[in-house]
Design a protein around this ligand. Structure first.
Ligand code: ZN
Length: 180
């Protein structure tokens, strides 16, 4: 079926009149926006790992408050919030701006918050090869706020860890305490 027709059918389904002025270009615009927010499928993270520097010490590096917007794969409704990343360098450190670009590869797709955590964590662990990585995500899910249980103010927090962060309670606590 024609893509525009498909979206027009959706609009008709909810009781809209697809011929009215305001909706004339809506299917095209929706399609464009939908592709844009899901452009992570066409992105790869590897190029972002090219700008590394020699690690001067082995102190934890924290990148806090990366804004993200994603779509939940169950309802195709937005979930959004902050991504916080900590890692313990081994030989290399990565330019700080690159973490937001790496996160984008994964959040601009249909996602589950838990998987988003894991994918970012493993990607950094595999490519940068630090001693450990931990990723904390706090998000609001529109599928909870706009519909269903209507829990408008609830936030979901998820954690993923790789390497030393999996077992080192002191490191985990240090990172989590900085986020408070
Ligand atoms: Zn959902």
């Amino acid at each position: 079926m024609d893509k525009i027709k498909l979206i027009q059918e959706l609009l008709t389904e909810i009781g809209e009149n697809i011929d009215r002025e305001g909706l004339k270009k809506t299917p095209e615009r929706f399609l464009k926006a939908f592709k844009e927010v899901n452009q992570g499928y066409g992105l790869v993270s590897t190029k972002f790992y090219q700008s590394t520097f020699k690690a001067e010490n082995k102190e934890m590096v924290i990148v806090k408050d990366i804004d993200f917007y994603s779509l939940c794969e169950h309802h195709l409704l937005p979930f959004f919030g902050k991504i916080h990343i900590a890692y313990l360098p081994d030989k290399k450190v990565l330019g700080l701006s690159k973490f937001a670009r790496i996160a984008e590869v994964f959040y601009r797709r249909l996602q589950m918050q838990e998987r988003l955590n894991k994918q970012i964590c493993e990607d950094i662990f595999d490519n940068l090869k630090p001693l450990g990585v931990m990723v904390v995500i706090e998000a609001r899910h529109m599928c909870m706020s706009m519909r269903g249980v209507n829990k408008v103010n609830s936030k979901t927090m998820t954690i993923a860890s790789c390497g030393v962060f999996e077992k080192d309670e002191k490191l985990r606590k240090e990172f989590l305490s900085i986020l408070k």
